[in-house]
Design a protein around this ligand. Structure first.
Ligand code: SF4
Length: 720
């Protein structure tokens, strides 16, 4: 029986929907509804958010820290005792193996607690460790490579709100909600409203997704052919002379070399290789470059997880560059930020930095760092390779890399080899099961939080900000921790100080979460106390800002054709291809496996919640009915999916939205390797099909985690 109500916001995904809560006499959240008064989400909340009462109060939640015993079982341990024992082990490792041997990984749910999001990298810094990893290099590091290699634009791209056109590549916000460049609130309503005002939508995806149903032009290439399609689109623009010549002359370097490099990607070639009809390719690019004056091409996890992800990202962004789809001097800045310090937005290129060429280099293939992070594709090797710098201890905050990382077998072997694995997670995930200590944190409505100051202008189309206090207490008799406290408390035990977001913390008395949030908000354009006055947040009246003319002393230009990009274009053109089959590691394959999203889960989390389980008990392999007929299969049959690296079981289902030759499965599922008998309970890990040694991007070690060449065979007796 509810005895009080409260308001807060969901932090499962970047949508950050406002929610109305009902709370019972035991101070438990018993009902979550989308809050109609929230200025942006306006009553929307998805199935994941609506299940937050179960996430808080369900039987699978851990309420006490756990310590693993030598026989693999776990026993509860008091938090401060666990931290003492962890610190003792850390002291030994630090002294013996040096700071690089201590690593941290920020998972999807680690982003959802803003205070900890900052504390983990600051803690590693205080130890002197460069070994910081995150999900960013699981699915989106091509965006970082692109910014550092092509360059950026100080004022940002033209916004969705006043665009005539949007080209969306490999993203499906109607299911995932979070697609950068698309408003992350009630996506169906957003797409309908935008079309109502005249937006034209171009969708490029191997599956006619829920979002593609709203497309004016839909291209359905074979998976993994994004760079071919992008090069074909650029070729048409640059040979027809549809580029913005003034913008190119002023802000892009070597456009002629780009024009020459894409010349071989004729519409006929794109049709043969990518399976996109030449007239559809032209229709798409005419709509984008010729008939529309404003609007951008945006890429999502599809192209960012497939082979040649850096080249895909580069070429699609080049489409924005040659068409000049960036804000210019005199135009209003849609969101000057609320928490961020005010900064000028300039009509100016941010020159390419190629930062991975400097600074710390991994022992694995010399892979560099991007934005202060090492690349997750080489974490398991950094643990397994003996020698100076070997990672001996890993702290996982809010993630489940056993299910999220490429080559699951290698990941599990690596985690078993660690001297100290600590996981901060509310549930006993596969990663937690391998951990020496599992520290369950306070979650969502039990902790104060802010929307992220780092992502505010990327996520919110307007100067919106929201703060929530903790609205309920943690469950009675529980021993839960704020994620950030783990790192502060360990630094204290090791006799180190922490400089948190540039501010030295008092190491004798732990700060409160509110004090940490105040540090993050210290340069805010609106006082934090004013933000706190609005339980569902507010679009704040910050001083409007216009894009300013660029600094005349800079002549920075977009590097549209640096030598490594030229080599990558030549390399993909030289690849053998054969319609109807793929060649990988010298073997021929009949299908390509792509990743797809499910509404009820996000990456590796929330699979166990009852409504999510009812909808998605496991991750089927979706195929076109023509493929089922050709393979003499029927819906519900078990198959083995075989790549050049591994083999997984799956149950087949029909999806008429796919093109034949494509199989699509959701990533993030599966038990431990060897648990295949539990397919209907856990699903299968597509990461067993992925090598971290072949088919990886050179700069960021990003493996081919989607568009994987596979064969489909009737299930072998061992696998079901
Ligand atoms: S879209 Fe769903 S998961 Fe994301 S913030 Fe909103 S309710 Fe939460």
């Amino acid at each position: 029986v509810p005895i009080r109500e409260a308001q807060s916001f969901c932090r499962i995904c970047a949508g950050l929907c406002g929610v109305d809560l009902k709370i019972d006499e035991q101070d438990r959240v018993i009902e979550v509804r989308g809050a109609k008064d929230h200025p942006l989400s306006q009553g929307y909340a998805c199935i994941k958010g609506l299940q937050l009462p179960e996430a808080h109060n369900g039987p699978t939640r851990l309420l006490h820290p756990q310590k693993r015993l030598p026989d693999g079982s776990f026993v509860p341990i008091a938090l401060e005792q666990a931290l003492d024992e962890i610190a003792d082990k850390l002291r030994v490792i630090l002294e013996r193996d040096g700071p690089e041997s201590i690593a941290g990984f920020r998972g999807t749910q680690g982003y959802s607690t803003v205070a900890a999001n900052q504390m983990l990298p600051d803690w590693l810094r205080t130890l002197g460790s460069p070994s910081f990893f995150s999900t960013m290099s699981i699915d989106q590091s091509a965006k970082w490579v692109n910014f550092e290699r092509l360059g950026g634009w100080s004022a940002g791209r033209q916004p969705f709100a006043d665009s005539d056109v949007l080209m969306m590549v490999g993203g499906n916000p109607l299911v995932s909600v979070s697609v950068f460049g698309f408003p992350m609130f009630d996506p169906t309503k957003q797409i309908k409203a935008a079309r109502e005002r005249g937006l034209k939508l171009i969708v490029i995806d191997p599956r006619r997704t829920e979002s593609a149903h709203f497309a004016d032009v839909f291209l359905q290439p074979y998976p993994g052919e994004d760079p071919t399609v992008a090069a074909g689109l650029l070729r048409i623009v640059l040979t027809e002379g549809w580029e913005d010549k003034t913008f190119c002359a002023r802000y892009a370097d070597n456009v002629d070399a780009l024009r020459t490099a894409v010349l071989p990607f004729t519409p006929e070639y794109v049709e043969r290789r990518a399976g996109v009809a030449r007239h559809k390719l032209r229709e798409a690019v005419e709509l984008f470059a010729r008939q529309s004056r404003r609007g951008t091409a945006i890429t999502s996890t599809g192209p960012n997880m497939a082979a040649h992800s850096n080249l895909s990202e580069h070429l699609f962004e080049c489409l924005n560059v040659v068409c000049g789809r960036f804000l210019r001097a005199g135009e209003p800045v849609p969101n000057p930020g609320v928490l961020q310090a005010r900064r000028p937005y300039l009509e100016q290129v941010i020159a390419p930095q190629r930062s991975w060429e400097r600074g710390h280099k991994s022992r694995i293939r010399g892979v560099g760092t991007l934005f202060g992070e090492m690349m997750s594709g080489i974490l398991a090797d950094e643990i397994l390779l003996p020698g100076k710098g070997q990672i001996k201890s890993l702290f996982v905050d809010g993630g489940n890399p056993v299910n999220g990382f490429p080559d699951q077998n290698k990941t599990v072997a690596a985690f078993k080899a660690l001297e100290l694995l600590v996981t901060i997670d509310p549930y006993m995930t596969n990663t937690a099961k391998l951990s020496h200590f599992v520290l369950p944190p306070k979650i969502f409505f039990e902790r104060a939080d802010l929307a992220s100051p780092v992502y505010e202008t990327a996520v919110f189309p307007l100067p919106f900000m929201i703060y929530t206090p903790a609205v309920v207490k943690p469950p009675k008799d529980s021993d839960l921790v704020d994620d950030w406290y783990v790192f502060w408390a360990l630094a204290k035990r090791l006799g180190r100080g922490i400089v948190y977001n540039g501010v030295a913390l008092d190491m004798s008395n732990a700060p409160t979460t509110d004090e940490l949030l105040a540090i993050l908000a210290r340069n805010s354009q609106i006082p934090l106390d004013e933000i706190k006055r609005h339980p569902l947040g507010k679009i704040f009246d910050v001083e409007p800002q216009l894009v300013e003319p660029g600094d005349p002393r800079t002549d920075a230009k977009f590097a549209v054709m640096p030598p490594d990009v030229a080599a990558e274009i030549a390399a993909i053109f030289a690849e053998p291809f054969d319609a109807g089959c793929s060649i990988s590691n010298g073997q021929r394959f009949t299908h390509r496996l792509t990743s797809r999203r499910m509404r009820g889960v996000i990456n590796t989390t929330y699979h166990a919640l009852s409504e999510s389980r009812r909808r998605h008990p496991f991750n089927p392999a979706y195929l076109h009915s023509d493929d089922l007929a050709a393979l003499q299969l029927k819906e519900g049959d078990m198959v083995d999916i075989v790549s050049d690296h591994g083999r997984i079981p799956a149950m087949v289902k029909v999806d008429a939205a796919l093109r034949p030759g494509v199989v699509s499965m959701t990533h993030g599922w599966g038990g431990m390797p060897g648990d295949v008998a539990d397919y209907e309970k856990h699903g299968s890990s597509t990461n067993l099909l992925v090598s971290t040694e072949r088919d990886c991007e050179a700069i960021n070690a990003m493996p081919r985690m989607s568009a994987i060449p596979v064969n489909i065979v009737k299930a072998s007796s061992q696998s079901i």
